[in-house]
Design a binder for this molecule. Structure first.
Ligand code: NAD
Length: 468
């Protein structure tokens, strides 16, 4: 009798096959789930990117806390948008001087308040200007975009990039042999440093080093650098008026500390690499196209909309005072510093001889109590401010600033000429036009708009109220 067929092998084989099928289908399921997850993630990233690029103000809000996020976005867009023959042509066109012996200046922070005015002044006299700005949202980026349009109207290209993007900086110096850099890009503001300290380190320390590195090691020829320090470096100094010879080793805010660090870093790059470097200590600069985070600006907005303003008194009950400096005077100082800057002496990261290292105060030399500034605004706006007077908190602000400018006067004929009443009148005129505010009767020269502060309908090219 034939033995019964041995089915155990077939059964084992079937079990094994079914096990393999199960494993395979589990793997397939896992792989497809993985694929689906990746596809969803990719779509989400693409959508976020698109949204970010098209609606930056919506995402960032107008709030300083979005500053660092925006800075990343700028870095991304700069990577994807630079290079190519057209881009290089545009960069060269903007940076080439139109007068014999003219400068070719890379202006960082060009879409900022001081950067815009300096870029326009340089272009007007025939110098070549290329702007760079990361358009961060420390304050309303739409104001920076309006300034960019104004600059573009005058043939100045402002590249959307971060000073920490050294690849881009190297590329720019490859394309243009800049004779000068006017370095104004920075995280400004004293009080915000308590809320976002890292943004100060990123722009004012790391960013400065990034720029100096490229200028010292890659730029050929090395440019001369003029950069913005700040009166805040005088910190707790009580000797007045503040002179460049006074102590600056007691900063009262992180902002001031990063500017002071910048001055020390400038010394190092001058010493090791022969970079010609000039630091300018600005004193409370104000004027048209100004900064919304500064008191004269947000007081104007508050007074017009009937909101209360807070005024600080010192612990001794004295009014806080500032050496308010009108923007045109500061521009004159910046151009003077550029014109008298000596050449850098190094090449390819090697120093070939001693180079110039300078620091100057650029102030107005006549401090004004903040209460007086408010009284001038009240008159210009024909409206009383609702005042809330409090003792100055320990937030980094100093009670008093007063510049001694004899050094700048001696070396490049710096002579501030605009008093606060005149400068504020020009500011208010710009403000009511730009924001389309119903013109106040007292200052009388602004166009009559219908809306409230921040109303749409302005022509961003000129900052004027659109007639339509
Ligand atoms: N306005 C003043 O009263 C005053 C006083 C003292 C010093 N300063 C200094 O003067 C310079 C110009 O000041 P402002 O009033 O025009 O300020 P601003 O904020 O209007 O201009 C600075 C510009 O730099 C840009 N920026 C910031 N970080 C950047 C980065 N990492 N990469 C590229 N761009 C960046 C900003 O987007 C901004 O447009 C700053 O260095 C500031 O610290 C100004």
């Amino acid at each position: 009798m034939a033995p019964p067929p041995d089915t155990s092998k077939t059964t084992k084989l079937e079990r094994y096959n079914s096990y393999i099928r199960r494993v395979n289908s589990t793997k397939l399921l896992a792989a497809s789930t993985n694929l689906l997850f990746r596809a969803t993630l990719l779509t989400a990233v693409v959508l976020i990117l698109l949204f970010t690029l098209h609606y930056p103000p919506l995402l960032a809000g107008h709030h300083p806390s979005a500053a660092s996020a925006h800075s990343h976005r700028s870095l991304l867009s700069s990577y994807s948008s630079y290079g190519g023959a057209t881009w290089e042509r545009e960069v060269r066109r903007s940076a080439t001087p139109r007068r014999r012996g003219g400068l070719s200046v890379l202006v960082t922070g060009a879409a900022g308040f001081v950067g815009t005015h300096c870029s326009l002044a340089l272009k007007k006299r025939g110098d070549g200007v290329l702007g760079l700005d990361n358009f961060n949202s420390y304050y309303d980026p739409s104001l920076k975009r309006s300034r960019q349009k104004l600059l573009s109207h005058h043939g100045i290209l402002v590249i959307d990039a971060d000073i920490n993007d050294s690849k881009l900086l190297i590329k720019l110096f490859d394309v243009v042999p800049f004779s000068h850099v006017l370095h104004l890009a920075a995280q400004a503001g004293v009080r915000y440093a308590m809320r976002n300290p890292q943004s100060y380190v990123a722009s004012n320390v790391a960013g400065l080093v990034s720029l100096f590195e490229v200028a010292a090691k890659h730029a050929d020829p090395q440019p001369a650098i003029v950069w913005a320090s700040s009166s805040s470096v005088y910190g707790l100094n009580t000797a007045v008026p503040f002179s460049e010879l006074h102590r600056t080793d007691r900063p009262a805010s992180l902002y001031a500390a990063t500017k002071k660090a910048g001055e020390a870093i400038a010394h190092t790059y001058n010493h090791i690499y022969g970079l010609s470097i000039t630091g300018l200590r600005f004193f409370t600069v104000y004027g048209p196209w100004g900064r919304p985070d500064m008191a004269y600006f947000f007081f104007t907005k508050a007074i017009l909309s009937g909101n209360a303003i807070t005024l600080f008194k010192t612990r001794d009950g004295v009014d806080v005072q500032r050496d308010f400096t009108y923007i045109d005077d500061v521009v004159q100082g910046c151009l003077g510093a550029l014109d008298t800057a000596g050449k850098s002496t190094g090449t390819g990261g090697k120093k070939r001889g001693p180079a110039q290292l300078r620091v100057y105060n650029l102030g107005n030399t006549s401090p004004v109590p903040v209460g007086k500034m408010v009284a001038i605004l009240e008159e210009l706006l024909a409206k009383k401010a609702k005042k809330n007077v409090v003792t100055m908190p320990r937030n980094g602000d100093v009670p008093y600033t007063h510049a001694n400018v004899t050094l700048a006067q001696k070396d490049f004929k710096y002579r501030p000429t605009t008093d606060l009443a005149t400068g504020l009148r020009r500011f208010v005129k710009w403000y009511v036009e730009y924001y389309g505010v119903a013109a106040p009767h007292a200052q009388g020269k602004g166009k009559r708009g219908k809306g409230s502060v921040g109303e749409k309908g302005k022509d961003a090219n000129t900052g004027r109220v659109a007639s339509a």
